[in-house]
Design a protein around this ligand. Structure first.
Ligand code: FES
Length: 147
């Protein structure tokens, strides 16, 4: 095989892998939304970010994954109702690996720990809950207290 053929073949293979990876990611995880941190060390998330696009009625996303460049880990916010939200740091309490969000289950790819939407351990080896942030609903935003 000539060098040019080899490079072309590698390029197509890489594009194929990247394409499959993007497809797989879109099926299993949600995108991280970048959100600002205000002067009170609160992550500000507009409530409108939970609105799912539907023609006939307003639907709400069950959860959002948000991040900010100042945070070492993303945060998942579960919406229970218009006034009830839970914000959890996506850092495994076992050895601090970043967690994956699989709907109502947070899973650790390192050693298999699992957590529920309240941050409680469902399966070890982790034996401590996740960090939970206080959340306040204020007008059109959620304020997640990072202190
Ligand atoms: S770091 Fe998550 S289970 Fe070990």
């Amino acid at each position: 095989m000539k060098r040019q053929q080899f490079l072309q073949q590698c390029g197509f293979t890489c594009l194929g892998i990247l394409g499959l990876g993007a497809l797989a990611e879109s099926c299993t995880t949600s995108r991280h939304l970048q959100m600002p941190i205000n002067g009170h060390n609160q992550l500000q998330v507009p409530l409108s970010a939970f609105i799912a696009e539907k023609k006939d009625s307003t639907q709400y996303k069950r959860y959002l994954v948000v991040s900010n460049e100042r945070l070492n880990y993303p945060i998942v916010i579960y919406r229970e109702s218009a006034a009830d939200y839970t914000a959890l740091l996506l850092r495994c309490s076992h050895q601090y690996n970043e967690l994956n969000v699989a709907g109502a289950l947070l899973t650790c790819p390192a050693h298999g720990s699992e957590f529920n939407t309240k941050g409680e351990v469902v399966q070890g080896p982790a034996d401590a809950p996740l960090r939970v942030f206080p959340v306040k609903v204020e007008e059109k935003s959620l304020l997640i207290d990072l202190a």
